[in-house]
Ligand binder design. Sequence first.
Ligand code: EPU
Length: 346
Amino acid sequence: MNSAKNAPKPAKLISNLGLKHRNSFGLDSTAELAYEITSAEQLPDLLKELKDKKLAWRALGGGSNVILPESLPGATLLINILGQELIKSDDSNTWFSVGAGVNWHELVSWTLEQNLPGLENLALIPGTVGAAPIQNIGAYGVEIGEYIDSIEAFDSAAHALVTLPQEACQFAYRDSYFKQNPNRFIVTKVIFKIPKAWQARLQYADLAKQFSESNSNPNAKQIFDAVCAIRSKKLPDPAVIGNAGSFFQNPIVNKDQHDLLIQQFPDLVSYPDGPEKRKLAAGWLIDQCGFKGKRIGPVGVYEKQALVLVNHGGGTSTDILGLAKNIQEEVLSKFGVQLEIEPNIL
Ligand code: EPU
């Protein structure tokens, strides 16, 4: 009988934990019961206990894509499962697994050190590896979903640790099966599959511009450095000004609506999204409504990028959501387009 010996150490509990430094918006928020999760095996027993006690729960990764209320009742699970290891490699691909609590940008740096290029366009995105597949993080023409082999997670519906192959994850623009089923899965590990045949992905205008004359054949490290430089110039550093990156998704409209809009607004910024749809630059729509750099109390719209809402200090979720509503109404009234909020509202 050695089951007790093999049982995982129970998750550490901290009562009334302040989360101000655990969310990139810097919102004041207190978690009634915070559990630090360091191993997937802790989850079945803990979730059973929470269910028996009828306590609400939610998982928190790096806190870079959430809007936290002032108080979080019930249990907040701080996912701090670490570790990364190479699994195998064949002629075409390399597989490696990464704990959900690993910092995303540090993972991208590690892949380059291991000579596994592919994720460099996703450099400097804040947050953790476990949160990345939920909204299928993407930047500069690359989305994480295409490099995922499978995901290990706790499935609260089945009350079991499960493995979802890539096809089951239903990755789409800032979307996945996990996002479609909120509060069902807790991602514990991500298994990546990186093709050995590497090609620079430079179709995104900002990036192409950097390399057009000086060096038209950059390596992955040079792309990584360029992405870091572009992001640092355009996006506020959460350590300096609280923010959650893009606050709205770029809205997708049908081609007819797009064609009518472009007649009225010839400078409209849009990209094809399949034959029948067009993706509009939400930053441009918001900018046109005069919001860039605007401040309402403690919160505002970033002065260099209208798609990013910022907390200048002391803002609450009510302030942020009030400003967001204001923006949504103006954009709807001027362009007839509904903006969807991108971060998770807890
Ligand atoms: N624009 C304006 N005014 C603004 C902001 C943007 O006119 O204030 C115009 C720009 O001129 C540009 C266009 O809108 O032509 C698009 O802007 P940008 O290139 O900055 O990209 P984005 O659509 O705002 C998206 C992602 C970012 C990602 C970048 C680069 C979404 C919601 N956002 O931003 O992702 O880094 O492309 O690939 O898809 C995030 O999700 O948190 C994020 C930062």
